[in-house]
Ligand binder design. Structure first.
Ligand SMILES: [Zn+2]
Length: 179
């Protein structure tokens, strides 16, 4: 998986960086950030049982989950436009697809993209991002946290900023020109 930094940069590349004069609701940037990291909430049940990685890269990392997420958010926030719902779907699905583009050192490799219709895990043949280390199965919370704050992960974040930073800058420039 890419780091949360990579996921957030990609999310704002998709949604556009919110500006103070935007007609969007106050909650919009929060919703975009939430959609960007929501698939990784599958760490929570593992943290509760003392094995943070136990359920990671499960059903929340699928297109079906992106649809369910968007429907639930649309029901909770009735004022969202169809365009905003589409953006939230794309941000969530973008997280899942970004995970298929990152190195994965532990089987099963990648994500169950088409769960529950297909149980295969998908990962790109050539990965663009490095892996964001977060321990492996059966590692307790403290060794997972130690792994997260590793030098390796600094490199992972640096690569993501090098790739996604210019992409975000270009899309913002394009948006400003066309608005
Ligand atoms: Zn993920």
């Amino acid at each position: 998986m890419p780091s949360p930094v990579g996921h957030i940069l990609l999310a704002f590349t998709i949604s556009g960086v919110p500006k103070s004069g935007d007609v969007f609701t106050r909650w919009w940037p929060v919703l975009v950030l939430f959609a960007a990291i929501a698939p990784d909430l599958d760490f929570l049940p593992g943290i509760i049982v003392g094995d943070p990685n136990r359920f990671h890269h499960g059903p929340t990392h699928s297109i079906t989950a992106a649809v369910v997420f968007t429907v639930v958010i649309a029901l909770l926030f009735r004022s969202l436009s169809k365009a905003q719902m589409l953006v939230l779907f794309l941000v969530y699905a973008g997280h899942v697809l970004a995970d298929t583009l990152a190195r994965d050192l532990g089987a099963p490799y990648g994500v169950p993209l088409f769960w529950p219709f297909d149980s295969h895990y998908y990962i790109a043949p050539v990965t663009l991002f490095s892996n964001f280390s977060h321990g492996t199965h059966n590692d307790g919370l403290s060794s997972v946290i130690q792994d997260i704050f590793s030098v390796h992960n600094l490199w992972t974040v640096a690569i993501e900023i090098a790739i996604l930073g210019p992409l975000l800058w270009l899309t913002e420039r394009y948006r400003r020109r066309t608005s």
